[in-house]
Design a protein around this ligand. Structure first.
Ligand code: FES
Length: 169
């Protein structure tokens, strides 16, 4: 009886260990997927170095539990007042939650649009609505540009100007 219990304890511990290791591996993979660019988080701010971003490749970062879309624009992509200039490059930086009911839209680089699978809403590369039901563009979070880095959570001068002009929603 004691032998059976010990065996059960051993199997339970072994299974628990494998489950924990599996969980850590999954979390590590998720972090790599969600934070493809070098980023530093502290006290509600996330600083992301966008110098390694590739044109027309969507990077998804995380800020205060929300997905943040970072899309470096190609030279021939249409210019927009919502573009954020970092160094010599133009970016779309926005909260990656559909403004209809909060699903995460997917980016289709060949079509140059975001499509929300929940109800078919679409956004262009400036985060503006191409197809309803989303009522407003993707939100631009408070940001500040410092060299090749973007600090999310801090409202810099550019963000304040954009906000005053109604461009952040
Ligand atoms: S949540 Fe995106 S279209 Fe409804």
């Amino acid at each position: 009886m004691a032998v059976k219990k010990e065996r059960r304890d051993f199997l339970g511990l072994a299974l628990g260990g494998f489950t924990t290791l599996g969980g850590i591996a999954v979390l590590g993979a998720a972090k790599r997927t969600w934070d493809p660019l070098p980023s530093v988080k502290s006290a509600g701010f996330t600083t992301i170095d966008v110098s390694g971003a590739q044109p027309n490749v969507l990077n998804v970062e995380k800020w205060r539990g929300k997905p943040i879309f970072i899309l470096k624009k190609t030279a021939d992509m249409k210019k927009d007042d919502r573009d954020i200039i970092v160094g010599k490059d133009r970016f779309l930086i926005c909260i990656g939650l559909c403004t209809h009911l909060g699903c995460i839209p997917s980016y289709y680089p060949k079509q140059l649009k975001f499509i929300c699978a929940c109800h078919g809403g679409q956004f262009d590369t400036a985060g503006r609505v191409l197809k309803s039901p989303p009522p407003i563009p993707l939100y631009i979070p408070p940001f500040k540009v410092e060299g090749t880095k973007v600090v999310l959570g801090e409202a810099g001068e550019t963000f304040k100007k954009m906000e005053a002009a109604g461009l952040t929603v």
